[in-house]
Design a protein around this ligand. Structure first.
Ligand SMILES: Cc1cc2nc3c(=O)[nH]c(=O)nc-3n(C[C@H](O)[C@H](O)[C@H](O)COP(=O)(O)OP(=O)(O)OC[C@H]3O[C@@H](n4cnc5c(N)ncnc54)[C@H](O)[C@@H]3O)c2cc1C
Length: 475
C-alpha cells in the first residue's frame, strides 16, 4: 500500500471494480495497455456483492423451499424449514468465491489494483484517498480513464436506510430473519424479485406502487402473468399509492402510510419496509468538474456510442452512464471502452441487449415488442407458444406464461422476443442470438431442438409466426 503523496502513471485508469469496471480493466490489460483499477469497497461491485448474485442465491433458496413444500400434486410431501442464517451464510460463500475470483483474474491479467476512493484533480489526474488511519493518498496520472462507479438505491424522503426497519435492497439480501410482515415500496424489478422471495419465505408481503401496475417497462400480458402468480403467493398490491411516512404502531411494528394523487391516505401494518424505487448514479465525490465532465439532469454521465464522454479520453460505462442499468450491459460497455482505447473499431450495439426479471415466473425480453416494431415501420409477424402446451413445462409443474417472437413479415428477420414463464432468463438467450445474428423465423423454426425441452417453445413460436405451428393453433 502506498503511503503519502506518490505520483504514478498509467495508460488506462479504471474507477470502480463492478462488472463494468473490472471487465474494462481486464480487456484493456489483454490489449497490452498498462492498466490500473481503483476500487473503494469490494471487487465485483453491486452485482456480486449486493445485487444480481446475492438476490439470485436467495431466490433459488426460497424457491426450493417453496417448491418442496408445494409438490403434493406430484406426490412429494415435505414441510421444509428454512434456516435463514444458514441460507445467508451460503449466499455469502458464493459472493466470496466470486469476488475473490475477480481479484485473481485482474491480477492474472496484469491489472494493477489500487484500493481507495478516486476523485479527479484534472483532465489526466486523479487522487486516490486510501482508507484507514494514516494510509494517505496517491496521485495517478493517466492517458485514458474509464468511469465505472455504478449506482446506489434512491432514498425516499422520510425513509432513512439507517433506520433498522427501513431496508434498502442490500439490507433485504443480508437479513438473517424473515419479518412477519414486509412492506415493499416500489413494484419495479428489484421490488418484485424481493417481494416474491420473501413471500416464499413466509412473510406477509404488501407492495405499494405509485403507478397502476408492476414492472413498468413490460407489456401488459407479460406483467399479468407475474402479478397473478405473486397474488397466488399471497402478495397484496396497492397501486396508485406513494409511500409518505412511517410511524410506530401502538401494538408493535410500524405503520406504513401511503397517499394517492388525490390525497387519499392508507396505512399498512408492517415489521420491515423495503424501499426499492430505483437507483441513481454514483458521481458524488468524483469531482467530475475537474476533468471537465458534466452530468445530465438526472446525474448520469453522458456518453456516445463508443462510451466516450465529452472529454474524449475519458469514458463512462455501466450504471453511471445510464440505461440499460444491467450487469451484462455494463460488462459489454466495459469491453467496448477498452477496445476503443486500444484503437479498435468497437462501438455499442443496443439492438440485442436482453433483460431478465427473476420473479416467479421469470421474464426475459430482447429487442423489439410488436408495438415497437410497428412504430419502427415494420409490419410485425408475431408468433406465440403458451407454456401450457409444452410437454416439458408440464413435467416441471410450471405451465404459466408464453414465448412470443416478433419478426419482420417481409424478410422474416427476428426483431425481438418476450418470454414469461419457467427459465425465461435462460431461454431469451436464444432469441437474443437470433436478433444479433440476423436470423430469420425460418432459421429458428428449422433448427432442430432437443425434446422435451422448454427451448422447443421458441421454435414453436417461430413456426407459429410463419403460420406453420404443429403443436398450437396458428394465429
Ligand atoms: C438487488 C439487485 C439485483 C440486481 N439484479 C440484476 C440482475 O439479475 N441482472 C442484471 O443484469 N443486473 C442486476 N442488477 C443491476 C446490476 O447490479 C448493475 O447493473 C451492475 O452492478 C452495474 O455495474 P457497474 O459496474 O456499472 O457498477 P457497480 O456494480 O455499482 O460497481 C461500481 C463500483 O465502483 C466503486 N466505486 C464507486 N465510486 C468509487 C470511487 N470514487 N472510487 C473507487 N471506487 C468507486 C463501487 O464501490 C463499486 O464497487 C441488480 C441490482 C440490484 C441492486
Amino acid at each position: 500500500m502506498v503511503v503519502g503523496d506518490v505520483t504514478t502513471g498509467t495508460e488506462v485508469l479504471v474507477i470502480g471494480a463492478g462488472p463494468g469496471g473490472y471487465v474494462a480493466a481486464i480487456r484493456a490489460a489483454q490489449e497490452g495497455l498498462d492498466t490500473t483499477l481503483v476500487e473503494k469497497d469490494a471487487y465485483g461491485g453491486a452485482c456480486l456483492n449486493r445485487g444480481c448474485i446475492p438476490s439470485k442465491a436467495l431466490i433459488t433458496g426460497s424457491g426450493l423451499a417453496h417448491e418442496a413444500g408445494n409438490a403434493e400434486f406430484m406426490g412429494v410431501h415435505a414441510d421444509p424449514a428454512v434456516d435463514m442464517g444458514k441460507m445467508i451464510e451460503w449466499k455469502d460463500g458464493v459472493v466470496d468465491r466470486l469476488t475473490g475470483g475477480v481479484e485473481k483474474l485482474c491480477k492474472a491479467n496484469g491489472v494493477n489494483l489500487v484500493e481507495g476512493v478516486a476523485s479527479f484533480v484534472g483532465e489526466n489526474t486523479v487522487r486516490v484517498a486510501h482508507g484507514g488511519d494514516g494510509q494517505g493518498s496517491e496521485t495517478l496520472e493517466f492517458e485514458h480513464a474509464v468511469i465505472a462507479t455504478g449506482s446506489r438505491p434512491i432514498q425516499v424522503p422520510g425513509f432513512d436506510f439507517a433506520e433498522d426497519h427501513v431496508w434498502s435492497s442490500a439490507d433485504a439480501l443480508d437479513a438473517d430473519t424473515v419479518p412477519d410482515r414486509l412492506g415493499v415500496v416500489g413494484g419495479g424489478y428489484i421490488g418484485m424479485e424481493l417481494a416474491t422471495t420473501y413471500a416464499k419465505l413466509g412473510a406477509e408481503v404488501t407492495v405499494v406502487e405509485m403507478l397502476d401496475d408492476i414492472l413498468d417497462p413490460y407489456e401488459d400480458d407479460v406483467k399479468r402473468v407475474v402479478r397473478k402468480r405473486a397474488e397466488e403467493l399471497g402478495v397484496e398490491f396497492n397501486f396508485g399509492e406513494g409511500a409518505s411516512e412511517w410511524t410506530e404502531a401502538p401494538d408493535g411494528g410500524y405503520l406504513l402510510r401511503t397517499e394517492t394523487e388525490d390525497g387519499e391516505e392508507s396505512t399498512y401494518g408492517v415489521d420491515k419496509i423495503l424501499v426499492a424505487v430505483g437507483r441513481q448514479p454514483v458521481t458524488d465525490g468524483l469531482d467530475l468538474e475537474n476533468a471537465g465532465i458534466e452530468t445530465d439532469d438526472r446525474g448520469f454521465v453522458e456518453t456516445d456510442d463508443r462510451t466516450r464522454t465529452a472529454v474524449e479520453h475519458v469514458h463512462a460505462v455501466g450504471d453511471v452512464a445510464g440505461d440499460p442499468m444491467l450487469a451484462h450491459a455494463a460488462s459489454n460497455e466495459g469491453i467496448v471502452a477498452a477496445e476503443v482505447i486500444a484503437g479498435e473499431p468497437a462501438a455499442l450495439d443496443r439492438q440485442a441487449v436482453p433483460a431478465a426479471v427473476f420473479t416467479d415466473p421469470e421474464i426475459g425480453t430482447v429487442g423489439m415488442t410488436e408495438a415497437e416494431a410497428a412504430e419502427a415501420g415494420f409490419e410485425p409477424a408475431v408468433g406465440e407458444m403458451p407454456f401450457n402446451a409444452s410437454g416439458r413445462a408440464m413435467t416441471t409443474g410450471h405451465t404459466e406464461g408464453f414465448v412470443r417472437i416478433v419478426a419482420d413479415e417481409e424478410t422474416g428477420f427476428v426483431l425481438g422476443g418476450q418470454i414469461v414463464g419457467p427459465e425465461a432468463s435462460e431461454l431469451i438467450a436464444e432469441v437474443a442470438l437470433a436478433v444479433e445474428m440476423g436470423a430469420t423465423l425460418e432459421d429458428v423454426a428449422a433448427t432442430v431442438h432437443t425434446h422435451p425441452t422448454l427451448a422447443e417453445a421458441v421454435m414453436e413460436a417461430a413456426e407459429n409466426a410463419r403460420g406453420q405451428a404443429i403443436h398450437t393453433l396458428n394465429r
